[in-house]
Design a binder for this molecule. Structure first.
Ligand code: SF4
Ligand code: SF4
Length: 254
């Protein structure tokens, strides 16, 4: 029997849903499932009972809480789809708007992380969901498979001055075999879950942490990690690195 899906968005850029419908396997996904609610592509706005709900985006408006509860009531399983839904995401950087992961308001059965989730990770998650199996995310950190990992500085007490290189400083791994930490650039690979094939690093940018914490002890791991460095004054004030990818662990139910 086909599983019934509900796929919807809260506050988002719809990048995760765009990633979903761009997948090679999306037509097969549609064939193998029954879509009960998907406002992005279908007109029917009624929430119906379903086996699996995928919710993209963070909660930033009161009326979304009611919508979310309604979804939870009707879904056997509910997954946070993408980094905004799972951890708060990009809107958490705002001083003017509140942004929360969905797990602050409802129980979730798992997360599909990424901003947006990388195609391979998302495809694998969908296959598991269609077969009604549990999602299994990578348990290792980003450094464990990073092409620059043999250059991770071991004698620490390095100075870290920047969160990314300037445009004219960007070098690709094949040109620059040095871990970003050696270049005074913060890379969150050591505390971030592996699973994106190092997309940012291949584009010459450090890991920002969008796949989320590799451990539930993220806050203490993260503070321990940062305490290894002499952080520049600007970086010490920059709260975005805490807010975007850790809200579920600071206040939510996952
Ligand atoms: S996780 Fe990223 S891609 Fe997905 S809705 Fe949020 S900002 Fe957009
Ligand atoms: S800190 Fe970043 S650049 Fe260095 S090995 Fe880890 S993921 Fe790669």
């Amino acid at each position: 029997m086909k599983l019934r899906f509900l796929i919807t968005s809260l506050t988002s850029c719809t990048g995760c849903i765009t990633a979903l419908i761009s997948l090679d396997i999306f037509p097969q996904f549609l064939e193998r499932t029954k879509i009960e609610h998907f406002p992005f592509i279908f007109d029917n706005l009624n929430i119906k009972e379903c086996d699996i709900a995928l919710v993209e985006g963070c909660v930033s408006e009161k009326n979304q809480i009611k919508y979310l509860h309604e979804i939870r009531k009707n879904a056997k399983k509910l997954y946070a789809f993408g980094t905004c839904a799972a951890f708060g995401g990009i809107l958490s950087l705002s001083n003017k708007k509140e942004a929360y992961p969905i797990s602050k308001f409802v129980d979730v059965d798992g997360v599909i992380p990424g901003c947006p989730p990388p195609a391979i990770l998302l495809g694998n998650c969908l296959l598991k969901l269609v077969e009604n199996k549990k999602l299994k995310l990578n348990l290792k950190n980003m450094c464990s498979t990073c092409p620059l990992s043999n250059q991770v500085p071991l004698g620490l007490s390095l100075t870290i001055k920047k969160i990314k290189p300037r445009n004219d400083e960007i070098q690709f791994p094949e040109e620059n075999l040095s871990c970003f930490l050696n270049d005074e650039i913060l890379c969150l690979g050591p505390v971030t879950r592996d699973g994106c094939d190092h997309l940012c690093i291949h584009y010459g940018l450090p890991c920002e942490g969008c796949l989320g914490p590799v451990s539930k002890d993220f806050t203490s791991n993260f503070i321990n990690f940062l305490s290894l460095f002499n952080l520049s004054k600007d970086l010490r004030k920059y709260k975005g690195i805490y807010n975007r990818f850790s809200k579920s662990l600071l206040g939510g139910k996952i």
